[in-house]
Design a protein around this ligand. Structure first.
Ligand code: RP5
Length: 164
């Protein structure tokens, strides 16, 4: 009970990790602890139920779920917990992630999944949104998030330069 870090990063397959590691790296930057797991909605349905039904009692505060293709993982997790769930559509081989995006974003009213962009940008932004949720009740994370934004702004040059 309540032994888990605040953020769970779950993904449908090992093949999602190159995308989802961008969420992990962003949380690392902000010094937010997380646990990353592979939970497949269709290959490991019992693992899915076990994870989603225990997530809140285990101490997670926010769930980031990434999946590709017929990407029902985020929605299925959201159906079994009232924790905030942020869905990241993985770029699929067949349809470049458009299938993943529509599978995740088109939730019927009543079970929300906050859906991010396809791929790495979505994974990064899912972590930043998770941080924003946690920052509401954690001043250290709020400071880290403000610093991240400030440093990002400072890194943008005022004038363009030629690449060559
Ligand atoms: C989904 O199917 C996973 O989330 C992954 O994006 C996609 C392909 O999985 P693999 O066949 O690469 O394991 O379940």
């Amino acid at each position: 009970m309540l032994t888990s870090p605040p953020v769970a990063i779950v993904m449908g397959s090992q093949s999602d990790w190159p995308t989802m590691r961008h969420a992990a790296e962003t949380l690392d930057t902000l010094k937010i602890e997380y646990e990353a797991r592979i939970v497949s909605a269709h290959r490991t349905p019992e693992r899915l139920i076990d994870f989603a039904t225990r997530a809140k009692a285990d101490g997670f505060k926010v769930i980031i779920a990434g999946a590709g293709g017929a990407a029902h993982l985020p929605g299925m997790i959201a159906s079994m917990t009232t924790l905030p769930v942020f869905g990241v559509p993985a770029r699929s081989k067949a349809l470049s992630g458009q299938d993943s995006l529509l599978s995740i974003v088109q939730m019927p009213a009543g079970i929300p999944v906050g859906t991010l962009a396809i791929g790495e940008a979505g994974a990064t932004n899912a972590a930043l949104l998770a941080a924003a949720v946690l920052a509401l009740s954690d001043p250290e994370i709020d400071v880290a998030l403000e610093a991240f934004r400030r440093e990002q702004a400072e890194a943008v040059p005022l004038f363009p330069v030629d690449d060559d």
